[in-house]
Design a binder for this molecule. Structure first.
Ligand code: ADQ
Length: 483
């Protein structure tokens, strides 16, 4: 049978240490959910980094970790502390991430980081090549591994390669800033199918290919000598049924079974029936537009004083990349803004913002999605944004309002949301007012349409559709060679 292997920066498990005991804990992220069905059904291997610093592991420990991953059909790639610093925190998160999200002023261009990025991409490619047989397919994920497609193709031309980018692909005027722009495009062009979340990212990619190399492009196919490469958009979905079912379970819980958080939410609403909750959930990342969102919420409380003491913003920020300076500065800015707004509009029994700087268990997330009247999702740039889809999927009776940034890939599929410009604080403040005063019938109408779309094109459909197009890319190539 033809196998399909998955390659991503991180494997879908984290290593957990409890005393002498080492175990693996499954990741619940969107990618892990979508890919698990694919790599199991097609008998492949998942190749990726363990998440550990190999300098801290002795030979026995490394062997043990490799064995645990092997039992799960995963092949581990080991990174030492220098590689983690220069490849992961450096080129991936200090160069590609800011540049591709249009934060050009945050992007570092450091030759040592680039050299390590190349060497680590080669490590991933070599680990993949070791597990491959002719006729197999490989699906490579995301911006940490942009060079891997070409590295595999040059050694294994008979393997069909798919690549999916989970972040935006920027316009040529931004992409051209990168000193290694040609190498990056060449790396990606090793794939037979290149996938993006939206048509805009695909269009930007084509324009870079055309302007940097002058290759012929017809419809969505790039022609390079004897090769045909397809690029297309595949908007990633969520496990819709899981969110729906979990929201139903939350609704059935007796008081005894409820979590502390849930009880607090009940108390909040009981205190006054007119109270409303707004939800904001992201990794603490400068692309997510958190300071603008907070300022807009402050402006809302200033402009619409009738909502003071009646509306609370629950803001969850998951700690992320806290070794990178820009993330440390952002944390400081967010802490100060929350303090300022709570200081200005709060009272003994009212805090305008409840701020959690931590990751929450899945069950708490569902409780929040089910309880909050408004979801405020306002990134300044975001490849897709799955939180918006998770919120809609969890609204059992179709009430609730989604306020969404036009800069998130997901906005392309969610025309019924209140779409805003994430740096326009005045517009955002007015949208919060509009959301809180929207008639129930209108809320239901809007959520219903979005829900239908999310249900139809869930994460499993997304993965299947990508694989189907990958097979098509293979036959288009074979037909071309046979002519
Ligand atoms: P992210 O930038 O991580 O992903 P997103 O798509 O919103 O962004 O996914 C975040 C995930 O983390 C969601 O599934 C959410 O439920 C979970 N999460 C958020 N806050 C949490 C908390 N406090 N506790 C626990 N879980 C929490 C990147 C790109 C996105 C793209 C995805 C998928 O930046 O644009 O949508 O990949 O391709």
């Amino acid at each position: 049978m033809q196998k399909i292997h998955i390659v991503s920066n991180r494997l879908p498990f984290s290593v957990k240490e409890e005393g002498e005991n080492t175990t693996l804990e499954a990741s619940v992220g969107g990618l892990a959910t979508g890919m698990k069905s694919i790599y199991k059904d097609y008998g492949g291997t998942w190749i990726g980094w363990t998440g550990l610093d190999s300098d801290t592991l002795d030979a026995d420990k490394q062997k043990k970790v490799d064995q645990l991953f092997k039992q799960e059909k995963c092949a581990s790639v080991h990174l030492n502390s220098e590689e983690i610093q220069l490849f992961y925190e450096g080129f991936s998160n200090r160069t590609i991430w800011p540049l591709f999200h249009y934060f050009t002023q945050y992007a570092d261009f450091n030759n040592e980081d680039w050299e390590t990025y190349k060497a680590v991409n080669q490590k991933f490619a070599d680990a993949t090549i070791d597990t491959l047989e002719d006729g197999d397919s490989v699906w490579i994920h995301d911006y940490q591994l942009l060079l891997v497609p070409e590295m595999i193709k040059s050694k294994k031309p008979n393997v069909t390669i798919g690549f999916f980018l989970h972040i935006p692909f920027p316009s040529y005027e931004v992409f051209r800033i990168l000193p290694w722009r040609k190498e990056i495009i060449q790396g990606m062009l090793g794939a037979d199918l290149i996938g993006f979340h939206t048509y805009d990212y695909e269009r930007h990619f084509f324009s870079c290919v055309r302007r940097l190399f002058g290759y012929e492009i017809s419809f969505n196919q790039i022609h390079i000598d004897e090769r045909i490469i397809i690029a297309d958009s595949f908007p990633m979905g969520i496990d819709y049924e899981k969110f729906k079912k979990s929201a139903q379970d939350v609704g059935m819980k007796s008081i005894k079974e409820k979590s502390e958080l849930h009880k607090e939410l009940d108390k909040y609403f009981l205190a006054s029936p007119n109270r409303k909750l707004i939800l904001s959930i992201d990794r603490l990342d400068y692309t997510k537009g958190i300071p603008n969102r907070l300022k807009a919420f402050g402006r809302f409380l200033e402009k619409y004083p009738e909502f003071r003491k009646k509306v609370t913003l629950i803001m969850l920020a998951v700690p992320s990349r806290d070794q990178v300076d820009h993330y440390q500065q952002l944390k400081k800015e967010v802490d100060e803004l929350v303090g300022q707004i709570n200081g200005t509009y709060g009272s003994i029994n009212y805090a305008p913002i409840w701020y959690f700087y931590r990751s929450l268990p899945f069950s708490n997330l569902i409780e929040l999605y089910s309880s909050c009247d408004v979801a405020l999702i306002t990134p300044v740039r975001d490849g897709m944004n799955l939180v918006a889809k998770e919120y809609v999927a969890s609204r059992l009776n179709n009430t609730g309002v989604l306020i969404l940034s036009e800069m998130a890939g997901v906005a392309k599929e969610m025309g019924e949301a209140l779409i805003i410009n994430p740096v326009d604080e005045e517009e955002m403040a007015d949208s919060i007012n509009q959301a809180l005063t929207m008639p129930l019938e209108e809320q239901k109408e809007r959520i219903k349409y979005m829900k239908e779309r999310i249900q139809r094109y869930d994460v499993f459909k997304w993965a299947k559709e990508f694989i189907r197009t990958l097979k098509k890319a293979e036959s288009v190539q074979n037909d071309f060679l046979a002519k």
